[in-house]
Design a protein. Structure first.
Length: 190
């Protein structure tokens, strides 16, 4: 897995050996950033369920001004710190000025101390989409960040969970293959 564009293009990211981490494929990230385009420039970003940090680090490489990474596992955060160091060094950016890694459970975190995002990258393990807690978290994010664009990677059957608090920016095509990975941009319904 590597950074696909921007100042740190081609930097290889370490992926933790952890069953909770499902790396965001290069093609999915490229698809997302093609939709976002230049709007990522100088944006504040949250990378929820960060894992390797691929989405947030891609955003930083492409010109985002700051990224807050949320990842529960301390071990995975160590790997994420390594990746952030490599990307920031390649992009000639000072890590302390553009990265914050928060090791906390997203389902119980107080988001108020963190810089309000322009973009929220949301890519939890697919098994989380079956839980009511994910719907409650999406609702909280929609309420506290109504101006943000949510960029979600999800199994196609999870569109119903998303649509209770977020609406697709463009018409969404539901795949007949229930577990097909999808990437889409959403706006808060609030």
């Amino acid at each position: 897995m590597r950074i696909t564009g921007g100042e740190a293009r081609s930097i290889v990211l370490k992926v933790p050996r952890n069953e909770e981490v499902r790396p965001a494929m290069d093609c999915m990230r490229e698809q997302a950033f093609n939709r976002i385009g230049a709007r990522i420039q100088q944006a504040a970003v949250w990378d929820c369920f960060a894992g390797s940090g691929a989405y947030g680090l891609e955003a930083l490489s492409r010109g985002a001004r700051f990224c807050t990474f949320f990842e529960k596992s301390v071990t995975v955060c160590e790997n994420l710190q390594h990746n952030a160091n490599a990307v920031c060094k390649s992009a000639q950016r000072e890590i302390s000025e553009c990265v914050k890694i928060v090791s906390h459970d997203l389902f119980s975190i107080d988001f108020s101390p963190f810089l309000t995002p322009d973009f929220i990258f949301f890519d939890p393990p697919y098994r989380f989409w079956e839980k009511q807690k994910i719907e409650q978290l999406l609702l909280r994010l929609a309420e506290i960040c109504p101006q943000a664009t949510l960029v979600a990677e999800f199994p196609s059957e999870a569109i119903k969970v998303l649509s209770s608090s977020w609406k697709p920016i463009r018409p969404f095509h539901v795949s007949k293959n229930l577990h097909e990975p999808c990437i889409e941009c959403f706006r808060s319904v609030f």
